[in-house]
Design a protein around this ligand. Structure first.
Ligand code: SF4
Ligand code: SF4
Length: 339
């Protein structure tokens, strides 16, 4: 059953299928949402399936492929503009790239297409490093948004060539996400040498205080992560357009550890990093929306009040408060729509 778009929203459309394909280690997708299907060949971009998906958005319908994402996380490129084209010339103006699944961790919510170490721990999926060697050289000069993830992209030396190929006068936003085990000088120098004029986000993934994070993100060493972040803070201190961020993936388990993480970050980092609250939609057993009643009660009461009390006194608490607000809203909307 196809749902209608929610006209009560300020930005009811997701324009991701009208922007650029996302690049993954094993192919290409219509957007960077984890649930989005992967295609081997980039020619999918104007194939029958994509044209049908665009036609549905144009007609005010949420395609089946988008339902869960649209009604839980809202989609990645939201807009009030009604899209109108079923064919979009291949471009990478919005470059969302996870080029390789090379990673040194095996996080519980990750998959083999994103981390090659995942299979060794969980004993299913694929083994080995997969790389997407699609040649971007003819497209990079027009890239406006560049979001690099992995695997752990700082371990992938070919990312340096992509950064070098970007036009600093064209780029409006640059982001790279890593797990904090290391941030090689070569890549950081490369980013600094680029002298981007736009906002740059260096994002480190942490899903809880030491004990929880090291369990959920197998292979993570918390002291090492803070050491990496602190050295990057030191190197970028005089770069006003570079922002240090911590990305938290909200699973139905990790949300119980937000207060612990808040306290730990305050002790370990000299500045308040901007906090990004990622919503875990897969796998089902960890998906935020599939939380038990006790956790839901905790989130909307104790957790919500904890950050609400502090949000006006502390910048970091205000970021956490916004995250908790978002997570409560995701769960609430999901319950209204699907229960
Ligand atoms: S709604 Fe979600 S799945 Fe659909 S195109 Fe947008 S981001 Fe992708
Ligand atoms: S660090 Fe990222 S890519 Fe690596 S296993 Fe964890 S979630 Fe997956």
């Amino acid at each position: 059953m196809a749902y209608k778009i929610d006209k009560n929203r300020k930005q009811p459309y997701c324009l991701a299928p009208f922007a650029s394909p996302a690049i993954t280690p094993d192919g290409f997708k219509m957007c960077s949402a984890p649930c989005s299907k992967s295609y081997k060949d980039v020619s999918f971009w104007n194939g029958d399936e994509m044209q049908r998906i665009r036609r549905q958005w144009i007609n005010g319908e949420v395609p089946a492929e988008c339902t869960e994402c649209y009604f839980t996380t809202h989609g990645v490129i939201t807009s009030n503009k009604v899209p109108n084209k079923t064919e979009i010339p291949l471009n990478f103006k919005d470059l969302y790239i996870a080029r390789s699944n090379k990673c040194d961790l095996a996080c519980e919510m990750c998959s083999a297409t994103i981390s090659h170490t995942w299979d060794k721990v969980w004993n299913e999926g694929k083994v080995g490093i997969v790389e997407n060697d699609f040649d971007l050289s003819e497209f990079l000069h027009e890239t406006e948004v560049c979001a690099i993830s992995g695997g752990n992209p700082v371990l992938d030396h070919k990312i340096n060539d992509i950064i070098k190929g970007l036009d600093r006068n064209k780029i409006k936003r640059f982001l790279i996400t890593t797990n904090g085990s290391v941030f090689p000088d070569k890549m950081l120098n490369n980013i600094l040498d680029k002298k981007f004029k736009c906002g740059v986000m260096l994002i480190f993934s942490i899903d809880g205080p030491k004990e929880f994070n090291e369990k959920a993100r197998l292979g993570a060493k918390q002291e090492r992560i803070y050491k990496t972040i602190n050295s990057v803070i030191e190197r970028t201190r005089d770069e006003p357009n570079i922002e240090i961020c911590v990305e938290f993936t909200g699973t139905n388990q990790s949300v119980r550890h937000l207060i612990g993480l808040y306290e730990e970050i305050k002790e370990n980092l000299p500045i308040a990093p901007y906090m990004i609250g990622n919503v875990c939609a897969y796998p089902e057993n960890l998906a935020l929306q599939n939380l038990d009643d006790e956790t839901w009660e905790y989130m909307k009461n104790e957790l919500y009040r904890y950050f609400l009390k502090r949000e006006n006194k502390c910048e970091l608490a205000s970021y956490f408060s916004a995250m908790v607000d978002k997570y409560c809203s995701v769960v609430h909307k999901h319950k209204l729509k699907f229960n």
